[in-house]
Design a protein around this ligand. Structure first.
Ligand code: ADE
Length: 247
């Protein structure tokens, strides 16, 4: 997968993209990450990329001419999605990460300052993504969140031992608890079953823990999760309110 990023701060990506799974994905040739410095398309001697808002008010706005030129230069073809990071976008989740991981190429545009000139949206953006209902200083952190969640779903990025299919949210549920040695820590024991070697019962226990944790922390996820009738009955016994889900 090729990911192009247009940003005023390419250096921000070096740490997170140069370590751990994102580094491995690049080493294995599964991710080709191209960082483009927006200033290279800036205007004049000072390579200006922004200007004051028409109509007055504070802050600076990224210029349409600079941004559209940069997008048009970097975009490989009309098929490559062009994603703008903004709190006004659709809210990112595991499902969107899965869809993006099917693309051969992405072009990610990191906004900064007070926002981008509206004409950029009209002329050059195909999708807008928010990473949650809060405001961060620029799109770079959002881009890194989206890159990480997307790339870890590419076949071959994670080893089989921690396949993305087991992640929280992968099946619409939260993961249950995990344990490792020591088996007794400050009087808290690892559940005996996990030390039994009985893989069938361990799998059933894990699935139930995952259901319980989702019920306790994110009951809103249960409505859309794919559960067997037996699992729904089992959960209903733990929370009779589930029988009559609210509106
Ligand atoms: N830029 C500023 N806030 C953002 C958010 N919540 N998501 C994506 N990009 C942003």
């Amino acid at each position: 997968m090729q990911i192009d990023v247009l940003t005023l701060f390419p250096q921000m990506f070096e740490g997170p993209m140069g370590l751990s799974m994102m580094w491995k994905a690049q080493e294995r040739g599964l991710l080709h990450l191209h960082l483009h410095d927006l200033r290279d398309w800036g205007e004049g001697r000072r390579r200006q990329v922004d200007d004051t808002p028409c109509g007055g008010g504070g802050g600076m706005i990224l210029r349409a001419d600079v941004l559209v030129r940069a997008i048009e230069d970097v975009r490989s073809d009309d098929e490559q999605p062009v994603i703008l990071f903004t709190p006004q976008g659709r809210v990112f989740n595991q499902g969107i990460a899965g869809q993006l991981s099917q693309e051969e190429r992405l072009l990610l545009v990191c906004g900064h300052y007070e926002g981008v000139d509206e004409r950029v949206r009209q002329l050059a953006i195909t999708d807008e993504i928010s990473i949650g209902d809060y405001v961060i200083t620029g799109g770079e952190l959002a881009a890194m969140v989206v890159i990480d969640a997307t790339v870890r779903q590419l076949p071959g990025v994670l080893g089989a031992e921690h396949a993305a299919a087991q992640d929280s949210h992968a099946d619409g549920l939260l993961e249950g608890p995990h344990y490792t040695r020591p088996t007794d820590f400050r009087g808290l024991q690892v559940p005996d079953l996990l030390l039994s070697g009985d893989h069938g019962r361990i799998a059933t226990w894990r699935r139930r823990q995952s259901l319980l944790r989702t019920l306790q922390r994110r009951p809103d996820l249960l409505a859309a999760a794919s559960l067997s009738d037996e699992e729904r009955d089992w959960l209903t016994q733990r929370d009779p309110g589930l029988r009559h889900p609210g509106p």
